[in-house]
Design a protein around this ligand. Structure first.
Ligand SMILES: *Cc1c(COP(=O)(O)O)cnc(C)c1O
Length: 375
């Protein structure tokens, strides 16, 4: 049997029942279930605000766009970012006309505070932190650095649905935290996401920005009474970025199982670590102390990465790589050579299969093969 990197586990009957409600009611768009998932997400994370989106990528864009206009940032003002991420993180900076400045990563594969300090200039307006694989890395140090200098902190929490530090869900301290509920993330839908601002006024504004700048959503209008319930104003050029009720219906079901699913992911990680930790030629990327990781990924480092990947493929095991150093992409090649740790990691990392249908014997088999082929 082949073992894939990710296989989402949908509670099919429950999801269909939630979706059926949308179809029977005739309400599949904004409102109804999107309102419910926002409430459920706030309850689950204890974050102050939550707005449901069509993806994480659009949320990152909106965070930069909103802060840029709110604080009067100029084109090409700088955002410190990581080269080891999905390209959405860095594209979002460009969408808003800002400039990505790459800092290097640490052993957790997250931004390294030392490197961040060296990248700060008078033009630095924001920093985006990616908790790769669900790991919070040195997030708390980065938070201090940003606070001390009034640098806005955006958390790309695409891997962090359910990550807690000292018992509290990640994200409350960031100026904006953006989650992904894309098809293979820990809380899979098909495509959707959530943006959680710290400030109420930002949450209010983003609700307009995700619906073309319209200042009142359809649901609120239907709920309101009187002859003018069709009436709305358009206050600025917004986007069509809000989430819909079908995605929200799936998210509502999957959220009920998130903690249970993440606990099983951490169990898989414990098994992997038991097999692979302290082996010659293999390093398991560790979760920082105090972090209960959502464990989206289990990453190892090996010297002969491509050979190990090929050998695993021959045994019908299909791992992944998260990620290629973004400064290797033509788009971001202007920064090539500026982040040696990320460049080295990019050559060595493998994300081993990590999903809820795996058993201990899958983990044992994969570990055995890794040990056999790593040189
Ligand atoms: C998946 C992912 C995104 C993009 O999420 P979408 O919901 O697909 O837009 C952004 N950043 C990281 C680190 C991701 O893994």
């Amino acid at each position: 049997m082949a073992v894939q990197l990710f296989v989402p586990n949908f509670r099919v009957e429950e999801c269909l029942a939630e979706i059926r409600e949308c179809l029977e009611k005739g309400w599949t768009g904004l409102g109804f279930k999107t309102v419910a998932i926002e409430a459920a997400w706030k309850e689950y994370t204890q974050l102050a605000h939550a707005h449901f989106l069509s993806s994480n990528t659009v949320g990152l864009h909106l965070a930069f766009e909103l802060f840029k206009s709110k604080f009067g940032w100029k084109d090409n003002d700088e955002v410190i970012t990581t080269p080891l991420t999905f390209v959405s993180t860095n594209h979002a900076i460009l969408y808003a006309g800002l400039k990505p400045v790459f800092a290097d990563v640490d052993d957790y594969l997250c931004l390294d505070p030392e490197s961040v300090l060296k990248r700060i200039t008078p033009k630095t307006k924001a920093l985006i932190f990616v908790g790769i694989g669900g790991n919070s890395g040195q997030y708390e140090k980065i938070l201090e650095i940003c606070r001390a200098r009034s640098i806005k902190l955006i958390l790309d929490a695409a891997h962090m649905a359910g990550t807690r530090i000292d018992g509290e869900h990640i994200g409350a301290d960031a100026d904006a935290t953006v989650f992904s509920f894309q098809a293979v993330k820990n809380l899979p839908t098909a495509d959707s996401g959530m943006i959680c601002f710290k400030e109420a006024e930002d949450d209010e504004r983003v609700r307009k920005l995700t619906w073309l700048g319209i200042n009142k959503d359809t649901y609120a209008r239907t709920a309101s009474q009187g002859a003018y319930k069709w009436m709305y104003d358009v206050e600025e050029v917004g986007y069509k970025y809000h989430g819909n009720s079908i995605m929200a219906a799936i998210a509502l079901v999957q959220l009920k199982y998130l903690d249970m699913d993440n606990a099983y992911r951490r169990q898989l990680a414990v098994w992997y670590n038991g097999n692979l930790k302290n082996r010659n030629n293999v390093t398991v990327v560790q979760t920082v102390n105090g972090c209960e990781s959502a464990q989206h990924l289990l990453q190892i480092r090996v010297r002969d990465r491509d050979a190990v990947m090929l050998a695993l493929n021959e045994h019908a095991i299909f791992p992944g790589v998260h990620y290629r150093d973004n400064t290797d992409y033509r788009m971001y090649a202007f920064a090539q050579g500026t982040c040696p740790n990320a460049a080295a990691a990019s050559q060595e990392i493998i994300s081993l299969p990590m999903h809820l249908r795996m058993t201990k014997s899958d983990v044992d088999l994969i570990s055995e093969l890794v040990i056999k082929y790593a040189r």
